[in-house]
Design a protein around this ligand. Structure first.
Ligand code: SF4
Length: 197
């Protein structure tokens, strides 16, 4: 149980406070590119692809990124640029999400990669939602590292938040599978604008 003072201190911290976590838990290793899910190679010689993850349905020429800036076509293969590249890692009170009566007073391990398939004019996290994962300072963290750190931090859940998690879908999916088998809950707090079944 946290005190009221602790609650206010944590709630007022910026969501981008990577430095608030123990750096040794995020030892740098060689980042790996992750091929995106849910895309099709179009039948042309220009290596164009069609992303089918969200309703934008971007047709992406070779060398270009989609509308969300988080998925890039490299020689006909679509890559998820935000995989294991969170630009925001933070431990939030679950009430900050805001969730009511969902493991009250517990802490939620909250992550985001840069990019978004929306352009909301009121976005409070535009510094990370309206840029590419290539433009943010990231802490390379594979799903197993996220789950083990969440558990060792005493969190009851992992939240995919701050930006629209659709743009880092593959990262969210792999982390969620692992988290579930480790009995961590997963409240989603963003729009989740997916169109896949
Ligand atoms: S996820 Fe990104 S690249 Fe794919 S359709 Fe949506 S906006 Fe376009």
């Amino acid at each position: 149980m946290i005190t009221r003072r602790d609650f206010l201190r944590i709630a007022l911290l910026t969501p981008f406070a990577l430095e608030s976590l123990p750096g040794k838990l995020y030892a740098d290793t060689k980042p790996r590119l992750k091929e995106a899910l849910y895309y099709q190679k179009l039948d042309d010689k220009k290596m164009t692809v069609s992303c089918q993850l969200c309703p934008r349905g971007c047709i992406i020429p070779e060398g270009e990124a989609g509308f969300c800036r988080a998925r890039k076509n490299v020689r006909g293969i679509l890559f998820s640029l935000g995989y294991a590249q969170p630009c925001a890692i933070h431990i939030d009170p679950i009430e900050k999400k805001p969730f009511y009566n969902f493991y009250p007073k517990s802490m939620s391990f909250s992550i985001a990669s840069a990019g978004c398939n929306l352009r909301c004019r009121f976005c409070q996290n535009w510094q990370i939602s309206q840029v590419s994962p290539l433009d943010t300072v990231n802490q390379y963290s594979l799903p197993d590292k996220i789950v083990s750190t969440a558990k060792s931090s005493g969190c009851r859940s992992i939240a995919y938040t701050y930006t629209e998690p659709t743009n880092f879908f593959e990262y969210m999916l792999d982390t969620a599978k692992l988290a579930r088998s480790n009995r961590l809950h997963q409240p989603g707090t963003a729009e989740r604008t997916l169109q896949i079944p």
